[in-house]
Ligand binder design. Structure first.
Ligand SMILES: C[S@@+](CC[C@H](N)C(=O)[O-])C[C@H]1O[C@@H](n2cnc3c(N)ncnc32)[C@H](O)[C@@H]1O
Length: 218
């Protein structure tokens, strides 16, 4: 076993985190006991952050005590691994689908570092009072929305200056008729006033039509 980042491990070339909720699975992932510690394998086909780690991500800025704003939390697959890592931190998990939120709440009931927010990420003013301006160390955004870049820019008010953002650009949600490379180029131009682009990671074969980017707030 190798610790590739703080609290992120490789076990037989598979990404894993230490299970904060011992004995419990979130999405039927594999649990592995090593010594007296239980690890959860982090499926790269289910989580773009795990895929990015396997594809050579360099800047991994989620730490034990991080405050993370997570937009597009869905049913908690990736959020649960972020919760394993930021075990003494706080994760604000925004999701607007009630159906997904019902599943997410089950995860949050057992993991006290995740705060679920049933809201539309296009309107940060509706949940901003829960978070506070400039309070987050990291932002993670994986929303299947045409307005992905606007959502990132609007929510960046919660991120500290110099804070990191992981922004998954889904070309098909923005414009299905254009070439992904053109859509990515436009999206990056739109956010470049607020963010410096540190990494662009192609996460094939784990996911297609997505560009995983690592940004730093200016
Ligand atoms: C690709 S899924 C996210 C998967 C998740 N990040 C993971 O790895 O476990 C995209 C999610 O974004 C949510 N979403 C889309 N637009 C949204 C918006 N405007 N506000 C909040 N959630 C949104 C969808 O309901 C969906 O659950």
């Amino acid at each position: 076993m190798e610790e590739v980042f703080d609290d992120v491990f490789l076990i037989d070339k598979k990404v894993a985190t230490r299970n904060l909720d011992r004995g419990r699975k979130v999405y039927n992932e594999t649990l592995i006991e090593e010594g007296r510690v239980e690890y959860r394998l982090w499926n790269p086909y289910r989580s773009k952050l795990s895929a990015a780690i396997l594809k050579g991500l360099k800047n991994f800025e989620i730490k034990k005590d991080s405050c993370v704003l997570y937009l597009g939390a869905a049913t908690g697959t990736t959020v649960s691994h972020v919760s394993d890592i930021a075990s003494d931190g706080r994760i604000y998990a925004v999701e607007f689908s009630e159906r997904n939120m019902r599943e997410l709440i089950k995860v949050c009931e057992r993991r006290k570092n995740i705060l679920p927010i049933l809201e539309d990420a296009r309107y940060p003013e509706r949940y901003g009072h829960n978070i506070g301006e400039g309070k987050c160390d990291v932002m993670y955004q994986d929303v299947s929305s045409k307005e992905q870049t606007e959502i990132l820019v609007k929510n960046s008010m919660f991120l500290k200056k110099g804070g990191y953002a992981y922004f998954v650009i889904k070309s098909q949600s923005i414009d299905i008729s254009r070439k992904p490379e053109e859509v990515y180029g436009d999206a990056i131009r739109e956010i470049s006033g607020k963010f410096e682009v540190l990494e662009r990671i192609d996460i094939e074969p784990y996911d297609s039509m997505h560009l995983f980017t690592v940004l730093r707030k200016k």
